[in-house]
Design a protein around this ligand. Structure first.
Ligand code: ATP
Ligand code: MG
Length: 521
C-alpha cells in the first residue's frame, strides 16, 4: 500500500517528504518492526516511542509518524499528527481495510466475567453455525483455532486487534468477540472497531488507581456504547447494548444507551432472566426466560456469577439470530474458560477447582460459590503476589479463614520479596480471625508441596480450591519466570494419590467434567 492511501485514513496530518512510498505494515514497536513498515512513535506512560525513531529508520522503516519532529532531519518521509495513539489505530484500520466492517462485532466490558462471557458467546455462535473468532485475556483465536494469549494483555494494541480481525475475515469468520477492557477503551486501542453489540457485565470498585473515580471508570466502559452508536455510520444491521439489570451500573448506563437495550438478571423487569436456578455438582440448571420465549438450560459452568455470564452470552447469541434451542444446546456443551472455576478430575474422591481469583473480593465470591456444592470440608490453597497490592494480603487471609475450613498459604509470584514474609502477612489476617496455625491453616512456601499437603488432607465430599494462578503458565521468583501450571501440577499429584476407597458418586460431583485440557500444555 502507498503511504498516501494510508494517510487518507487520518483526520489531520502534516506531511514532510514524499507520499509515494510503499508501506508493508504499521508498527509502533521497533522490536517487531520489519523493513518497509510505517513506524508510529507513540508516547506511552512508561516510555516515549519518539526516542526510537532513529532505530526504526536504521531497521528500514519506510516512513515515520510522530507528534513532533526529531532533532535531526530524517532520511525518510515524516508525518506529523496531533496525537499518535489514535493515529496508530486509524492507520492500522486503513491498512487492513477496516475488517470490523466485514464482521458482526461483539464487545464485552465490565469488571468481572469479561473473558468468560466472550468465550461463551463465541462458543455459542460457533455451535449455532456462525464461524467466529475471539480475543481474550486467555485465548487468541483468529479464526484458525485457539492459541494461548501469552501477551499478558486482555485487549491487544490497535495494530494487533486490526490484524486479528483481518485474519478472522480472511479465514471465513462471520462474527468476532473482543474482550474490551476499560484501559483499552480509554487508550484508543479499540478505535475503528465497528461494534454491533456491547455487553457490560458489571462495574465494581476496581482499577480506581487508573480511572480515579467510579464514575470515571464507568465512563471509560460507556465508551463501548458510543462505539456501537458510531458503527451505524459505517455498517448496517442490528445494534444492541446488553446490560446487567442487577448491577448498579445499569441505572447509570441505561440512560446512555443510544440503541436497543437488552437487559439480563435474575428477576423481572430484566428482559432475559434465569429463574428456578439450581446449583448441582455437575454445574447449573435454570429456566431462561426471554423475549424470544423460554427454555430450560443446563450447563457445566458452576456458580451464580456464571449464570450471569451465560445470560449475557445467550443474549448476544439470540441477537445474532440463534434459536433458543441452539443457545440451550450451546450452553449445555460449553467449556469453562481455562483456569476459571476449572474442575480437575483424575478420579479422586474429592472435588478440585482451579480459579484465577486473586483479590479478597473474588476469593470470597469463589468460596461462597463452592460452599453449597461441598458436603464435606472446603480447603483453600492460595498466596499473594510479591511487589503488588501488598495491603490485600491480610484481607485475603481473613476471607479464606472465615469461609474455608482449612487453608494452605503458599507462594504466588514472590518476585524479589521475601516469600516467607508474604506468607506471614497473609497468615496474620487468618490469625486475626482467631484461626490457629497447624489446626486451621499452614504456611508452605513451595506451591507444589502446599497443593500436595491439601490433597493429602482431603477426603470424599471435600472441595480443594487452588486459587490465584488460574491459566497462568509461570511463577515469578526473583526475576525468573519458572514454568508452572496449577492444573498440570494438580493432575500429576492426583494421579499419584493412593487409589481412593469407593464412594457414592452423588457426593463427589464427578459427572460432567468441563475442563479445558487442550490448553494446559
Ligand atoms: N459475572 C461475574 N461476576 C463476578 N465475578 C465473576 C464473574 N465472572 C467471573 N467472575 C470471577 O472473576 C474471575 C475472572 O473471570 P474472567 O476471567 O471471566 O473475568 P475478566 O473480567 O476477564 O477478568 P480480568 O480483568 O482479570 O481479565 C473468575 O475466576 C471468577 O472468580
Ligand atoms: Mg479477562
Amino acid at each position: 500500500m502507498l503511504l498516501h492511501e494510508l494517510l487518507d485514513g487520518l483526520p489531520a496530518y502534516e506531511l514532510r517528504g514524499s507520499a509515494d512510498v510503499e508501506v508493508t505494515g504499521v508498527c509502533f514497536d521497533t522490536r517487531r518492526l520489519r523493513p518497509s513498515d510505517l513506524f508510529v512513535a507513540v508516547p506511552e506512560a512508561n516510555r516515549d516511542g519518539h526516542i526510537f525513531i532513529e532505530q526504526a529508520v536504521e531497521r528500514g522503516a519506510a516512513a515515520v509518524v510522530a507528534e513532533r519532529p526529531p532533532a535531526q532531519p530524517l532520511p525518510v518521509s515524516l508525518v506529523l499528527v496531533p496525537r499518535s495513539k489514535p493515529a496508530l489505530a486509524d492507520l492500522a484500520a486503513t491498512f487492513h481495510d477496516h475488517p470490523s466492517r466485514k464482521l458482526r462485532l461483539i464487545g464485552v466490558t465490565g469488571t468481572d466475567g469479561k473473558t468468560t462471557t466472550c468465550e461463551l458467546a463465541a462458543q455459542l455462535l460457533r455451535s449455532g453455525g456462525v464461524p467466529s473468532g475471539f480475543l481474550t485475556t486467555v485465548t487468541l483465536d483468529y479464526g484458525l483455532g485457539a492459541a494461548d494469549n501469552r501477551t499478558r494483555q486482555s485487549t491487544l494494541e490497535s495494530p494487533d486487534v486490526q490484524a486479528g480481525l483481518a485474519s478472522m475475515v480472511e479465514h471465513g469468520c462471520r462474527a468476532a468477540v473482543l474482550e474490551s477492557t476499560s484501559h483499552a477503551l480509554a487508550l484508543d486501542r479499540l478505535r475503528n472497531c465497528a461494534f454491533d453489540t456491547a455487553i457490560v457485565t458489571n462495574v465494581t470498585h476496581e482499577h480506581l488507581d487508573f480511572h480515579r473515580t467510579w464514575e470515571g471508570y464507568l465512563e471509560a466502559k460507556a465508551r463501548l456504547l458510543d462505539l456501537v452508536q458510531e458503527s451505524r455510520a459505517v455498517k448496517s444491521g442490528r445494534k444492541t447494548v446488553i446490560l446487567n439489570r442487577d448491577d448498579r451500573s445499569h441505572q447509570h448506563l441505561t440512560r446512555r444507551v443510544p440503541v436497543d437495550e437488552l437487559s439480563y438478571g435474575l428477576s423481572p423487569p430484566a428482559d432475559l432472566r434465569a429463574e428456578s436456578i439450581e446449583h448441582v455438582p455437575s454445574g447449573s440448571r435454570f429456566l431462561m426466560k426471554s423475549p424470544w420465549g423460554d427454555v430450560a438450560v443446563q450447563t457445566p459452568l458452576v456458580g451464580q456469577f456464571n449464570v450471569y455470564n451465560c445470560l449475557a452470552a445467550a443474549a448476544a447469541a439470540l441477537v445474532e439470530g440463534l434459536s433458543l434451542q441452539q443457545v440451550a444446546n450451546g450452553l449445555a456443551g460449553a467449556r469453562a474458560v481455562a483456569g476459571r472455576m476449572e474442575r480437575i478430575d483424575e478420579g479422586q474422591p474429592f472435588q478440585v477447582i482451579v480459579d484465577y481469583a486473586h483479590t479478597a473480593d473474588s476469593l470470597e465470591k469463589v468460596l461462597r460459590v463452592l460452599r453449597p456444592g461441598t458436603p464435606g470440608r472446603l480447603l483453600c490453597v492460595f498466596g499473594s503476589a510479591g511487589e503488588r497490592d501488598v495491603e490485600k494480603r491480610p484481607a485475603m487471609g481473613a476471607v479464606a479463614a472465615r469461609l474455608a475450613d482449612y487453608v494452605v498459604i503458599t507462594n504466588e509470584d514472590p518476585r524479589f520479596e521475601d516469600a516467607g514474609r508474604i506468607l506471614e502477612e497473609i497468615a496474620a489476617g487468618a490469625m486475626a480471625e482467631g484461626r490457629l496455625r497447624g489446626a486451621d491453616f499452614e504456611c508452605i512456601e513451595d506451591r507444589r508441596q502446599a497443593i500436595a499437603h491439601a490433597f493429602a488432607g482431603a477426603t470424599a465430599g471435600d472441595t480443594v480450591l487452588l486459587a490465584g494462578k488460574g491459566h497462568e503458565q509461570c511463577i515469578i521468583v526473583r526475576d525468573e519466570k519458572l514454568p508452572w501450571d496449577d492444573r498440570a501440577v494438580a493432575r500429576e499429584l492426583l494421579r499419584n494419590l493412593s487409589p481412593p476407597s469407593p464412594v457414592p458418586t452423588d457426593t463427589v460431583g464427578r459427572e460432567g467434567s468441563f475442563t479445558g485440557d487442550d490448553r494446559c500444555a
